[in-house]
Design a protein around this ligand. Structure first.
Ligand SMILES: Cc1cn([C@H]2C[C@H](O)[C@@H](COP(=O)(O)OP(=O)(O)O[C@H]3O[C@@H](C)C(=O)[C@@H](O)[C@H]3O)O2)c(=O)[nH]c1=O
Length: 187
């Protein structure tokens, strides 16, 4: 399992080992010892996955304080263009975004600290994304910003969206409740 820093402090890409043989592939997606050694979150009380078809865009989502959480995200079928945006006031990367390709073939993962918005666009025929989150779902704290309010290189300007995602505020109308403490896990 290899961890790589991104340009957004506290956000990492993680490459697990892929054991391939004639049967297929074996992938270990979480090791609490490796995460603890790297000062990453090890407590993930909820896990879930979504299945989406090509052209679907989900995001850009986050839970606000006091129910903010870390997400560990990976793709077990297909591939997606995955994006994060730093919403932490005082962060050296405040307002910046990063774009990654997550794919079942690569088995790569992204570790997203609290205060980052997350979303993705499905580039394969179908994609299954798995999430581990460090606190329980709270509908009252589950928020988002509009996907088009950040200058992201979306491959499609007319994606398949949920009604909720289409109604999220523009980032300029969103008063961020997140601040960068400089002591984020993984720093
Ligand atoms: C996220 C979530 C949703 N739900 C419910 C609410 C709703 O009825 C249904 C589908 O929810 P959504 O439309 O929010 O699903 P979706 O748009 O796939 O939401 C996800 O988007 C990506 C980008 C993320 O980063 C995830 O953390 C999550 O926010 O599932 C839960 O019960 N628990 C949860 O943890």
């Amino acid at each position: 399992m290899q961890l790589h820093k991104t340009r957004i402090p506290g956000c990492f890409t993680i490459q697990p080992l892929l054991f391939k043989d004639e049967r297929g592939v074996f992938v270990k997606t979480f090791r609490s010892d490796v995460f603890a050694e790297n000062h990453l979150e090890t407590h993930f009380p909820e896990q879930y996955y979504s299945i989406s078809r090509q052209g679907v865009l989900r995001g850009l989502h986050f839970q606000i304080p006091p129910r903010e959480h870390t997400k560990l995200v990976y793709c077990v079928s297909g591939k997606v263009m995955d994006v994060i945006v730093d919403l932490r006031r005082g962060s050296p990367a405040f307002g910046n975004f990063e774009v990654f390709e997550l794919s079942a073939e690569e088995g790569n993962m992204i570790y997203i600290p609290p205060g980052l918005a997350h979303g993705f666009y499905v580039t394969s025929e179908r994609a299954i994304l798995v999430y581990n989150v460090s606190s329980l779902y709270s509908p009252e704290h589950d928020c988002g910003i509009h996907w088009r309010s950040i200058d992201l290189p979306w491959p499609n300007q007319n994606p398949i969206l949920s009604e909720r995602d289409g109604a999220f505020p523009h980032v300029s109308n969103f008063s961020s409740p997140f601040s960068f403490e400089g002591g984020e896990k993984g720093k």
